[in-house]
Design a protein around this ligand. Structure first.
Ligand code: F6R
Length: 629
């Protein structure tokens, strides 16, 4: 839909697919065609590559085309965008290793045709190495197609905000947000290299065609900026707008903030579904800073909603309808209010005592999003099971493990603490970047289990209800390389069969597809699919929560659970129990950097929004959306 109105907003061609798998199928097919055309002409194809989570599904598809479709890469020359600096090629997080593990080891590309900037050269030689990289690109005839991802700072390659349009391959300092994003991979922010070598914006712009890929809700804001905002230094991806053959290939979640999705009435004549009118009217109320019930026809007409008010108005009727819809989402009874008329309530009144299953991809996701709701469910006597799908061991910094191990050794007076002593030995022997041994991961998992228990205790949840599933996809994997398998799905299937819940709380439906949350959701979805047809499944409500820092918008929310000031305190305490997840280095100059601060601020923000609509004024609100597969 590249119509005139759309072009008024979007400054670069955008393609949107239902999910990343469908998107990469198109891009991979295009690459395959180009490679084959060049093969037929006896020429090379020069492909620019990226690392990170985003291109992983693309590389999987290229490997599949090689294996199943006979696509040969023998005439392909590759140039990667960037590499951390300094870093050894064998370092588990180096992009050299990443590319081998994700692509090169599985295709027939000759080694001498692969180029990745080196993080191994001496500091004094970086400049020359960068120049040589540029020369190698030129010698190959320039890049035919460059694949790009986008960072939350708007970076492309490692061209952080401030990078000039004409910058070339060079050494750069990494942005704080980029380092935070990489902290998990490097097992702590302090392990992330401070620098990187990256192709410049100018180098990237020289490619004959550019394809920027983005998946997941976490990229939605930056995608909007890059597609619809003015080109500017503070958002390097926006420079791509000036390229004659650049396009963005997105999944629905990363495209969700674009005007065509957020405010489709501004780019055409949309189908005014109940959800869309709710969205439009909620936005109108907030943008005019007027409670819903005070909006008048003129407000609609002056703000691009004439069609809506003409078709479905007058304003007063529309206002009341939306007011009631939002009002009906609010409930202090997330498990349903016994003996109440539930016609307009999010949950059913019966059975009064429900079997509730809370799925938390990693420990802490549960309390971040729904500690208040959990407290209420517990207080209302529901039969709760909280299942941690993964151990979360990868998220525990070595320092935390050392702290705990030393404590155990001292407390046992050096006598029996066999595991703890072995852990300390391993920590001494292990380099900061080395992968954890099985034993160390196990020990780190204990830390997270302990934190999870302490957190649930704060919420008043009976601790015997906790299940640690330690799903194999996580235990045997690393970040970005998780592969869901039969063992994962059957484990969850067993749990579902055993607990036969009336309600499931889950997350990850629109997360980055390679994230732990997305994998956790995939496992749940597949397991539930197998059980379809069983009576309890048909009767089960699945409530989606978000723990990734982005709450559901008011127009999407189907259940809003208020928290009192006291409940909010409990929530903060619950999250605070996840000690290993607090920042390792105190940050004094920034506000709300800790997970608990952010979660509380978000829930308060939601309450403020409801208040601005003219609904009741609460301290905080947690939001849920019903999943209807
Ligand atoms: C990596 C690169 C970066 C990433 C960006 C997004 O080679 O150039 O610009 O594309 O940081 O990272 P992910 O894909 O992990 O979200």
């Amino acid at each position: 839909m590249q119509n005139g109105e759309l072009q008024a907003f979007e400054r670069i061609p955008v393609e949107i697919y239902p999910d990343a798998t469908k998107a990469v199928a198109t891009v991979a097919a295009e690459i395959a065609t180009a490679i084959r055309e060049r093969q037929a002409a006896g020429r090379d194809f020069v492909l620019g590559l990226a690392t990170g989570s985003t291109p992983v599904p693309l590389y999987k598809e290229l490997i599949r085309l090689h294996r199943e479709d006979g696509l040969s890469f023998s005439n392909v020359i590759t140039f990667n965008l960037d590499e951390y600096f300094p870093i050894g090629h064998e370092h588990p997080e180096s992009y050299h290793r990443f590319m081998k593990e994700q692509l090169f080891d599985y295709i027939d590309i000759p080694e001498e045709r692969i180029h990745v900037p080196s993080g191994e050269v001496g500091r004094d030689d970086v400049f020359a190495a960068c120049q040589a990289y540029e020369e190698a690109i030129a010698a190959a005839g320039g890049i035919d197609m460059q694949i790009l991802g986008i960072g939350r700072t708007g970076h492309i390659g490692f061209n952080e905000p401030g990078s000039g349009m004409r910058s070339r391959t060079r050494l750069v300092t990494l942005d704080r947000l980029t380092k935070l994003d990489a902290a998990r991979d490097f097992l702590g922010e302090h392990n992330v290299p401070r620098y990187a070598v990256t192709m410049g914006v100018g180098t990237i712009m020289d490619a004959r065609s550019l394809v920027l890929l983005a998946w997941g809700r976490s990229k939605a804001e930056v995608i909007k900026q890059a597609v619809e905002g003015e080109p500017r230094d503070s958002l390097p991806a926006s420079f791509l707008q000036a390229h004659p053959s650049a396009r963005f290939v997105l999944d629905e979640a990363s495209a969700s903030e674009l005007t065509r999705n957020r405010q489709p009435w501004r780019v055409g004549f949309p189908d005014w579904t109940p959800e869309l009118s709710r969205k439009a009217i909620a936005e109108l109320s907030l943008s005019l800073d007027k409670p819903l019930l005070k909006l008048v026809d003129k407000d609609y007409q002056e703000n691009g909603l004439s069609e809506l008010v003409t078709e479905q108005g007058p304003a007063y009727g529309l206002n009341i309808r939306i007011f009631n819809e939002l009002q009906h989402t609010i409930t202090g009874w997330p498990g349903g209010k016994p003996d109440a008329d539930d016609t307009y309530r999010p949950e059913r009144a019966q059975p009064a005592r429900k079997r509730v299953l809370v799925l938390s991809p990693e420990p802490q996701d549960d309390v971040l999003a729904m500690a208040g709701t959990l407290s209420r469910l517990a207080a209302h006597g529901h039969d709760i099971t909280v299942a941690y799908q993964t151990s979360g061991s990868l998220g525990v910094p070595d320092e935390e493990a050392r702290w705990a191990a030393e404590l155990i050794v001292e407390a046992s007076r050096g006598e029996e603490a066999v595991l703890a002593k072995r852990v300390l030995l391993e920590l001494d022997e292990k380099g900061a970047f080395d992968q954890d041994t099985k034993q160390l991961r196990e020990f780190k998992a204990y830390i997270r289990r302990n934190e999870a228990r302490a957190a649930l205790q704060r919420c008043g949840v009976d601790l015997s209800c906790i299940r640690f599933l330690d799903l194999p996809f996580y235990e045997n994997g690393r970040y970005r390389q998780f592969q869901v398998g039969e063992a994962d799905v059957s484990e969850l299937e067993k749990l579902l069969r055993r607990s036969m819940p009336h309600q499931v709380y889950a997350t990850g439906s629109d997360a980055d597809p390679s994230s732990v949350s997305a994998k956790g959701f995939e496992v749940f979805r597949c397991a539930l699919e197998r059980l379809r047809g069983e009576a309890w499944v048909e009767d089960c409500y699945v409530w989606l929560y978000r723990s990734d820092g982005r709450e559901w918008a008011a127009h999407q929310t189907e259940m809003s659970v208020p928290c009192s000031p006291d409940e909010l305190k409990i929530k903060a305490q619950a999250i605070y129990q996840h000690r290993s997840q607090r920042s390792q280095v105190p940050v004094l100059d920034e506000e709300q950097t800790e997970a608990w601060e952010q979660a509380i601020a978000r829930n308060r923000q939601t309450a403020t929004t409801y208040d601005r609509f003219g609904l009741a004024e609460y301290e905080a609100i947690e939001c849920f959306v019903r999943w209807r597969p």
